[in-house]
Design a protein around this ligand. Structure first.
Ligand SMILES: [Zn+2]
Length: 201
């Protein structure tokens, strides 16, 4: 075989975001190498070494959407049933499908995970961290209809006030950052229905 890695390249299992699950070129089937993209911007990419192909397998960020839906000033949280983060808490959210409106993905996840209809908006923030492929778009929201119950990948649900959220019990960096912002918004009185006992609508 003449499919030698380019200088400085090595097998794709070293790629930090994938754990080696993407090994072969989708265009020609040759084994990819993780190396410097000399014909591009010099960044480290998954490259096809086969002459005449040269496909670059870009690994784009992965977009997730979530909603911190409140009722009576408390946030709807879900306990994860599976890894990553099994047993830890977050708010309803998940990956955005290609072509799907981001805010609608957040509402869909809330319905799938807890059975409630939520009104999504406004935007709380966009959360990303170094070496983490996931970019989370988090919205504020309001529970419109239904009683939250654990569905889909959810082990349990609860409504938690700003003072009841324990960072160590939360699943992800993005979750912690978004809920910290939500707590700050709540303390500023900027969360809808933030009056104890109002109980939604
Ligand atoms: Zn190829």
């Amino acid at each position: 075989m003449s499919l030698l890695p380019p200088a400085g390249g090595h097998p794709p299992r070293a790629h930090p975001h994938l754990g080696g699950r993407i090994r072969f070129c989708v265009a020609c089937g040759a084994e990819l190498v993780f190396g410097k993209w000399e014909r591009g911007d010099g960044s480290m990419q998954l490259l096809c070494p086969r002459p005449g192909c040269g496909h670059v397998h870009f690994l784009d960020p992965k977009l997730a959407a979530g909603v911190i839906a409140s009722r009576g000033g408390k946030a709807l949280l879900v306990q994860r049933k599976h890894n990553p983060g099994k047993g830890l808490w977050t708010f309803p959210g998940g990956f955005v499908n290609r072509g799907e409106v981001v805010s609608e993905a957040a509402a869909r996840e809330a319905l799938e995970e807890t059975g409630v209809e939520v009104r999504v908006g406004p935007l709380l923030g966009v959360y990303s961290f170094p070496e983490n492929p996931i970019v989370l778009v988090a919205y504020l929201g309001e529970i419109l209809r239904g009683e939250p119950r654990p569905l889909d990948e959810t082990a349990a649900v609860k409504l938690a006030g700003p003072e009841e959220i324990v960072p160590a019990e939360l699943a992800f960096d993005t979750t912690r950052a978004a809920l910290a912002d939500w707590q700050a918004w709540a303390q500023d009185g900027r969360i809808p229905s933030a009056h104890p006992g109002e109980g939604g609508r």
